[in-house]
Ligand binder design. Sequence first.
Ligand SMILES: [Zn+2]
Length: 271
Amino acid sequence: MLQAQIIDADFYPVVVDTHPAARRRRTGRGSHAAAKRRSGTRTAVLLLCGVLAALLALRVALWANKRNEAELLTLVNPWNSMEYTGFVPKLVEFGDGLQVDERCAEDLRLLLDDCAAAGHQPLVCSAYRSRETQEQLYQDKVERLLAAGYDSREAPALAALEVARPGTSEHELGLAVDLVDAGHQALDQSQENTGTQRWLMENAWQYGFILRYPQGASGITGIVYEPWHYRYVGRTAAQQIHQLDLTLEEYLSMFYSEEAVVVAEKKALCQ
Ligand SMILES: [Zn+2]
């Protein structure tokens, strides 16, 4: 408490301060230490905030990375329509009027460049397809089969083995591309004999791509053997799928199904 006394009212008032804290404040002694303490506290709080912000940023980055990885594994096949995936392609131009999802553009460019550098002639003959384009391709196929003598019940089912029904084509994701040899662009089994295709089958996984419809797997994929259709799943998944020799359907049921989660949890409990 400040105590003051006016010594002589005729003169300029003189204040006599008897409180030690006020004295320290007035003389400057102690104020420096207090300021130092306050500054130290401020620094510690700022540091703590910085660490918390960094941890939060790291967590958000990890979450975004995981979400991105999961999105790259989006399953679209005859039993999983695009509508139910919630996947929204982020399209970018890829030359020659083609578009792909931006998440695979860089690796696709690297894949094509390295294949060409190895002496081959890779060509992207199909990339992203809109629903309308897929509808048109499917209807054309049905018409051809009808013209060839199949009835109206057989034709759509047969067409779907080679041209996915609208909504069930991976091309609508923007993550699938049809790659052929520029000197041999036939979309049939002969494609597998080209040097380009042999190189791609051996190396595409290193760039995050898998041969999506391998030979002998149509019972699982629902699509006949297509030695030209590659799907981007990201480098980690592509490596695992390649090493384990799986289709995307098998890979997802092994690592991402409810059963897989239960197995993983049990394993964690045993450790
Ligand atoms: Zn394709």
